[in-house]
Design a protein around this ligand. Structure first.
Ligand SMILES: Nc1ncnc2c1ncn2[C@@H]1O[C@H](COP(=O)(O)O)[C@@H](OP(=O)(O)O)[C@H]1O
Ligand SMILES: [Mg+2]
Length: 271
């Protein structure tokens, strides 16, 4: 299929709808109470992850039957098969499962369209806050504070200030601590899920360094939002994160950069 601005806009509108519907399924379970299971990799799983996964796979399958789907909850597709894909949907039905279990609201639905190894469309929906971030290549990045509000364009912050740094609420590392010491004076915002990328995209944070493991579905949608808002998502050698290039679905360490005027990579040298 062609991915011109007109078709991307149509796909984006429908992806926002599907993400909102998945969010409603998640909130129904959030409100009732739920069991917590453990996956083979010892990460937690709830009925909400599975309900959102099913809804998104059905919705995207109806929207674009010809485009394959890779979801955190259906990853058993060999690289030999997915390496043939030029476009595919990459989905994290519930990012921040630990925050969902802790009931602090910091969890998101993430849907990205990858084309030639790059995210060209991304939707991040936080159902507990009714907050939706969306972007597509050439169409800019937008935020909707509630379903009733209009979408407003968002932009990274490039004004000089004491650096505001976003970090994981549940997955800190010693390397992150060392980086923060090198940066010196800063303000730290701890948050769960891909909302940290969105803080950068909307100019509330200048950097989100991720010096611990994540998978490709954790980052793709939010990367598109950050890039369309004027920022960058790079590995520690300043190369943009790419998708579906290898057997493993793990990302390298990465930096989400809002303030592109500062040389953030210098703080990682020799770390
Ligand atoms: N050991 C590990 N291996 C792979 N990914 C990990 C991981 N520990 C945490 N993550 C990823 O980090 C995400 C949570 O990030 P954060 O701490 O910033 O909220 C998790 O998303 P899920 O909740 O979708 O599993 C998970 O994918
Ligand atoms: Mg995740």
């Amino acid at each position: 299929m062609t991915l011109d601005e007109h078709s991307l806009e149509r796909l984006l509108n429908n992806t926002c709808r599907i993400a909102r519907e998945a969010g409603a399924a998640i909130m129904a379970i959030y409100g009732q109470g739920f069991d917590v299971m453990e996956k083979a990799d010892r990460t937690p799983l709830t009925e909400a992850d599975m309900a959102a996964h099913r809804h998104i796979v059905q919705g995207l399958g109806e929207l674009t039957p010809e485009i394959p789907i890779l979801s955190e909850e259906s990853t058993q597709i060999p690289f030999g098969e997915r390496s043939q894909w030029s476009s595919y949907w990459l989905v994290d039905p519930l990012d921040g499962t630990r925050e969902f279990i802790k009931r602090n609201g910091e969890f998101t639905v993430n849907i990205a369209l990858i084309h030639d190894h790059e995210p060209v469309l991304g939707v991040v929906f936080c159902p507990a806050l009714d907050l939706l971030y969306s972007a597509a290549r050439g169409l800019g990045a937008h935020r909707r504070r509630s379903a009733a509000d209009a979408a407003e364009p968002i932009r990274v912050n490039t004004g000089q200030r004491v650096p505001v740094i976003a970090g994981s609420r549940s997955h800190g590392t010693e390397r992150m601590q060392a980086l923060l010491e090198r940066v010196g004076e800063h303000e730290l915002i701890s948050m769960g899920s891909s909302l940290k990328f969105c803080l950068v995209a909307e100019g509330k944070a200048d950097l989100y360094p991720r010096l611990g493991p994540t998978s490709e579905w954790d980052t793709a949608a939010a990367q598109c939002v950050v890039c369309e808002a004027g920022g960058q998502v790079t590995d520690i050698h300043m190369q943009p994160l790419r998708y579906n290039t290898k057997d493993s679905l793990l990302n390298p360490e990465f930096l989400v950069i809002g303030d592109t005027n500062r040389n953030w990579a210098q703080y990682l040298e020799g770390l």
